[in-house]
Write a protein that binds this ligand. Structure first.
Ligand SMILES: C[S@@+](CC[C@H](N)C(=O)[O-])C[C@H]1O[C@@H](n2cnc3c(N)ncnc32)[C@H](O)[C@@H]1O
Length: 346
């Protein structure tokens, strides 16, 4: 993600998309088994980024647990993300955002900068888990994408197969690690990018405009063909069956059983606003800002000099402008398939 608070400012698509999963999390917090005694109840937020979008779900979970556990029981909230995440922005957000969940003197915040594809917390220590818009990110890029930056739009069957294999392996690794960390009876809610029944990843106009914008930058000799070839977004949309696969044979995996699994369409608030105000520039700018904050730094890391390439910032600016103007020329509805799951530890 882009740091410096950019993800916090430009993640309204994610903020709207995760709302249907907040109800699942609230229900989980109301029903989860609470350990006896005075040990802290532990809520973990896997893939928090800069924290703005965590405030509503975590605040909802804290309120539900607080009502059940009483005013003095400690609640420990642990945000996790990759080591390069902007944790300073996260801590500032939790400290000073008016929507913060840190209100009652018995709720505490901390963070872990390690990949969630491994165990992050002591065995059987987590009461409630939450992860939104994060597990679509693979643990590694399994192969270069020869003809796109998002594998869903690649015509190369071998590349698509390599991504599908990595996605299946990573999903199992994520579940296995959570299965070890969660207390008996603990609950985990996951919201992630998905593909619909037709295996459509969505965002088609956005991804085509992004790739065309990159080809423009190559035609203008701002980036090289090699750099464009290396650019890839290591994310996947999983189908209902992909997400259910680990549980199919035994009904559970790593001690976890799915109690809810649903693929749904998120509301496209950017297009809805365009239909209301007819402002095509704002439409293009909003999707371009979303893309910049979420994936442009990953693309820019493929520049010859990596993250310290002298063109890094200009690359972000030029691609954002190219994408905004292409999208503004033909505003259209964006399909946004998402999946929400509730998993319970036996
Ligand atoms: C799109 S942001 C989602 C932020 C927030 N949860 C939301 O709903 O808006 C995805 C986050 O997942 C993090 N992420 C990706 N792979 C990860 C991994 N293996 N371990 C931990 N975090 C990861 C990214 O660094 C990024 O901050």
């Amino acid at each position: 993600m882009e740091g410096g608070g950019a993800y916090n400012r430009s993640s309204r698509v994610q903020a709207a998309g995760l709302l249907p999963a907040v109800a699942l999390l609230e229900d989980a917090a109301l029903k989860v088994r609470l350990t006896a005694g005075s040990a802290p109840l532990v809520i973990v937020d896997y893939g928090s980024s800069e924290g703005r979008n965590s405030l509503l779900p975590i605040g909802t979970a804290v309120s539900a647990l607080r009502a059940r556990a009483g005013p003095t029981r400690a609640i420990s909230v642990v945000h996790t993300d990759l080591p390069d995440n902007d944790f300073a922005a996260l801590f500032r957000t939790v400290e000073s955002d008016p929507e913060t969940y840190l209100r009652d003197g018995a709720t505490f915040v901390s963070a872990i900068g390690r990949s969630f594809y491994q165990q992050l917390l002591p065995a059987e220590s987590v009461t409630l888990g939450w992860s939104s818009w994060a597990v679509q990110w693979l643990s590694r890029l399994p192969a270069p994408i020869p003809d796109q930056v998002q594998v869903a739009f690649s015509k190369d069957a071998g590349t698509r197969e390599a991504f599908a294999r990595q996605a299946a392996e990573d999903w199992r690794a994520f579940l296995a690690a959570r299965g070890r960390e969660m207390c008996p009876g603990a609950r985990l809610v996951v919201l992630t990018m998905a593909v619909d029944e037709a295996r459509d990843f969505g965002y088609r106009p956005l991804l085509h405009a992004m790739y065309a914008g990159l080809e423009d930058l190559m035609a203008e000799r701002f980036i090289t063909a090699d750099e464009l070839h290396r650019m890839a977004i290591p994310t996947v949309g999983r189908s209902h069956d992909d997400l259910a696969a680990p549980f199919v044979n035994a009904g559970s995996f790593a001690g976890l059983s799915p109690s809810h699994l649903e693929v749904f369409q998120a509301e496209d608030r950017i297009f809805n606003r365009f239909e209301g105000d007819g402002d095509a520039q704002a439409f293009g700018a909003s999707w371009a800002a979303f893309s910049r904050a979420s994936v442009f730094p990953t693309l820019a890391a493929a520049l010859g000099g990596g993250r310290s390439d002298a063109r890094f910032d200009e690359f972000l600016q030029r691609l954002e402008a190219a994408l905004a103007s292409r999208l503004a020329a033909a505003p259209t509805h964006m399909s946004i398939p998402l999946a929400k799951l509730l998993l319970i530890k036996a």
